[in-house]
Design a binder for this molecule. Structure first.
Ligand SMILES: Cc1cc2nc3c(=O)[nH]c(=O)nc-3n(C[C@H](O)[C@H](O)[C@H](O)COP(=O)(O)O)c2cc1C
Ligand code: SF4
Length: 483
C-alpha cells in the first residue's frame, strides 16, 4: 500500500490550547474528558501509589507489552530486546504489564524472532527482568514499589513461527472473513480439544518458569485476535471449548487452575480485547471500510451480533464476573486486533503498510477505548484496571490520563507506542519536568510497518538509535517501493 497521510484530520500537535483541544474533540465527536491543568510532582494524581492487596505499586503509569521482532531464532533476547526492557525500567512507570508477548511454544510464535519460553531460554528471560529492575533502581532510586509481569501467548491465527512472510495458523474455528483474508482453506489448522489440553500444559510450564524467574504475575493474553482472544468468539466451534460462553472461557479456567496448582505464588492478570468489531479493509479512497458480511456476526467478542460495528459489552461483563470468581484482579483493557481493525486497536494518523487511512479521526478511537474502560471500571470497582490506546493523545496524554485516574475511571494509564519514542515520559511527569515535545510519538506507524516487512521494530523517525540503525535504510526502501 502506498504511504498515505490524511489531510482531513487536524494534527494533535496543532491543538495548542485546552480550548482548541476541547473544541476539536467536540467537532469530531470524540467523547473524551481531560484536565486542563496538569499536576506534577509527588502530590500529583498520577504519582499516587495503588494498593493491590499487600503490594504497593508506586504510581499510575503502566508500560504496555511491546515486542520488537528482534529475538534470536531460538527465542532468546538480543541487545535490541535488552535495550527496550532497559527503557521500560527507566521509564519511571511502576507497573510493567508483561514486557512483551512471549510464546509458550514454537508453533505459537507470531514471528521467528519472538521470544520463546522453554528451559533453554529461561535464564535469559529472567535476566531481562533483572535488567529492567536494575535500570529502574538506577533511575528512580527504588524498586520495592515496581510490579513486573510477563505476557504469555500463543499467536494462533497469526502465528509465523518459521518464516516472517509465511503464516502457519493454528485456529479454533473456520472464520467466514478472516479465513479468506489470511488464506486458510481447510480444517487442517484447527486445534482439536486434545491439542488444546497439551497447549494448556505448555502455558502452565511457561508460568512456572516465569515464577522461578521472579516475575510477580503472568498475563494470560486474551487480546488482539491471538489464540486466547479467539476462544472468546468460538461460538461456531463444537465440543468443550466452543459454543456457550461457559465453554469459550474453559481455556482460561483451565489455565488458571494449572497456574494456581504449579506456580502458586504467581499473580494472574488478563489482557483483554474488551470489544471487537467487524474486520476492516482498504476502501476505494484508501480509507478503512468494514468487510461485507450478511446477517448476524457472532465472531466479535464484545461486539453487537446484529450490528457488528457497534459495541455490546454484555459478554464482556460476564467475562469480568468470571475473573472475579477466579480471584483475578489484574486486567488490562485493549480492543480489536492490529491485523484486521488496527484503527480500533491502535489509533494512528498514518497507517502501517498493511493498514488503511483512518475511517474516523483517531481521537474517536482513543475515546472509544477509554470510555469502555471507564464503563468496566465503574461496574467492577474492585478490579485493578489498566487502560490502553492513549498514545495518539500526544501532548494531551498526561492531561487525559490524569482526568481518568482522578475520577476513578481507570487505575493505570497504559503506554504503548509512546514508550518507543519517549520512554521516560512517566518519569518527567511525576517529577514535574516539562514534556520533551520532540520525542512525542506522532503515530507514524513505522514501528508496525518495519515488522510487517521483515524488519525489527523501533521508533525509526524519532529515536536517534533507530534513525541510524542499518535497518532504517531498508525501511526507507520499503516505503519508497510502496509509494
Ligand atoms: C511495535 C508494537 C508491538 C506490540 N506488541 C504487543 C505485545 O507484544 N503484546 C500486546 O499485548 N500488545 C502489543 N502491542 C499493542 C500495545 O501494547 C498497545 O495496546 C497499542 O500500541 C495501543 O496503545 P498505544 O496507543 O499506547 O500505542 C504492540 C504495539 C506495537 C506498536
Ligand atoms: S515509529 Fe515512533 S512515532 Fe511512529 S508510531 Fe512508532 S513510536 Fe510512534
Amino acid at each position: 500500500m502506498a504511504e498515505v497521510t490524511n489531510p482531513n484530520y487536524r494534527r494533535v500537535a496543532s491543538l495548542k490550547t485546552a480550548d482548541d483541544f476541547a473544541a476539536y474533540l467536540r467537532e469530531v465527536g470524540a467523547d473524551l474528558q481531560f484536565d486542563r491543568e496538569l499536576q506534577t510532582g509527588a502530590e500529583s494524581v498520577l504519582a499516587q501509589p495503588y494498593q493491590l492487596g499487600d503490594i504497593t505499586i508506586g504510581n499510575r503509569f503502566c508500560i504496555l507489552p511491546m515486542e520488537g521482532w528482534d529475538g534470536t531464532e531460538d527465542g532468546l533476547p538480543t541487545d535490541l530486546t535488552k535495550r527496550r526492557w532497559q527503557h521500560f525500567g527507566e521509564s519511571g512507570a511502576k507497573l510493567i504489564w508483561g514486557g512483551e508477548a512471549v510464546a509458550v511454544r514454537h508453533d505459537g510464535r507470531a514471528n521467528p524472532n519472538q521470544l520463546l519460553s522453554n528451559d533453554a531460554t529461561a535464564r535469559e528471560v529472567e535476566d531481562l527482568r533483572k535488567l529492567l529492575v536494575e535500570a529502574h533502581e538506577a533511575k528512580c532510586g527504588r524498586s520495592d514499589d515496581l510490579l513486573v509481569g510477563l505476557q504469555l501467548t500463543h499467536s494462533g491465527r497469526f502465528a509465523r513461527p518459521n518464516d516472517k512472510k509465511k503464516l502457519e495458523p493454528r485456529i479454533l474455528y473456520r472464520h467466514p472473513i478472516l479465513d479468506r483474508k489470511f488464506g486458510i482453506s481447510s480444517d487442517d489448522a484447527v486445534f482439536t480439544d486434545g491439542e488444546i489440553g497439551d497447549l494448556i500444559g505448555d502455558f502452565v510450564k511457561a508460568a512456572v518458569r516465569a515464577e522461578q524467574a521472579g516475575y510477580t504475575f503472568v498475563d494470560l493474553k486474551h487480546c488482539h485476535g491471538y489464540l486466547g482472544h479467539e476462544f472468546l468468539s468460538a461460538t461456531a466451534r463444537e465440543g468443550r471449548y466452543g459454543g456457550s460462553l461457559e465453554n469459550r472461557t474453559r481455556f482460561l479456567r483451565e489455565l488458571v487452575a494449572g497456574v494456581r496448582r504449579d506456580a502458586p505464588s504467581l499473580l494472574i492478570g488478563v489482557r483483554l480485547s474488551a470489544f471487537d468489531l467487524l474486520p476492516f479493509k482498504m476502501g476505494a479512497d484508501k480509507r478503512g471500510v468494514p468487510e461485507i458480511h450478511d446477517g448476524n456476526y457472532p465472531f466479535a467478542f464484545g461486539g453487537n451480533v446484529e450490528d457488528p460495528l457497534q459495541i455490546d459489552l454484555s459478554e464482556t461483563f460476564r467475562f469480568f464476573d468470571l475473573l472475579g470468581e477466579l480471584g483475578i484482579k489484574l486486567v488490562c483493557i485493549s480492543a480489536g486486533s492490529p491485523y484486521y481493525n488496527p484503527h480500533i486497536q491502535r489509533p494512528a494518523m498514518f497507517p502501517p503498510s498493511d493498514g488503511y487511512l483512518p475511517p474516523e479521526d483517531p481521537l474517536v478511537g482513543v475515546a472509544r477505548q477509554i470510555k469502555v474502560t471507564a464503563e468496566l471500571k465503574a461496574r467492577y470497582p474492585q478490579m485493578c484496571v489498566v487502560g490502553s490506546g492513549y498514545t495518539y493523545l500526544q501532548e494531551w496524554l498526561p492531561h487525559t490520563g490524569q482526568y481518568q485516574v482522578r475520577n476513578g475511571l481507570v487505575d493505570f494509564v497504559g503506554l504503548g507506542r509512546l514508550v518507543l519514542s519517549y520512554h521516560d515520559l512517566p518519569y518527567d511527569v511525576v517529577n514535574g519536568r516539562p514534556l520533551q515535545t520532540k520525542r512525542i510519538c506522532r503515530t507514524f506507524s513505522d514501528c508496525t510497518t518495519g515488522p510487517r516487512n521483515g524488519l525489527v521494530s523501533g521508533c525509526y523517525p524519532l529515536d536517534p538509535f533507530y534513525k541510524t540503525h542499518p535497518q532504517a535504510e531498508a525501511l526507507k526502501t520499503v516505503k519508497q517501493e510502496l509509494k
